[in-house]
Design a protein. Structure first.
Length: 118
């Protein structure tokens, strides 16, 4: 089992920055895909950014050029640097990872609230 703990959310004014962290613990072989999703009230959960084991990244069009995903494999941690935040970025942000032992299974964190005021 993999446990994920997110941190770094909060309230920020439009144009500001936040950095989210997600630390993995528990029993796993090797984390491969790591990513961030978000869910705003009344909306479906959507992919924000993904970083693969080789280091390649993928971003939603709405955050390209503003958000940066990174990972520290030694710490089993994934980060999301969010700059130039907009009110429409307000959502609960969830991290997700996959273990090499079973890449069909997604593990999820409990979520962290990000609120951007105008």
């Amino acid at each position: 089992q993999v446990q994920l703990v997110e941190s770094g959310g909060g309230l920020v004014q439009a144009g500001g920055s936040l950095r989210l962290s997600c630390a993995a613990s528990g029993s796993f072989f090797r984390l491969v895909d790591m990513g961030w999703y978000r869910q705003a009230p009344g909306k479906q959960r959507e992919m924000v950014a993904t970083i693969f084991s080789a280091g390649t990244t993928n971003y939603a069009d709405s955050v390209k050029g503003r958000f940066t995903i990174s990972r520290d494999n030694a710490k089993n941690t994934v980060y999301l640097q969010m700059d130039s935040l907009k009110p429409e970025d307000t959502a609960v942000y969830f991290c997700t990872v996959r273990d090499l032992r079973d890449v069909t299974r997604d593990y999820w964190g409990q979520g962290t609230q990000v609120t951007v005021s105008s």
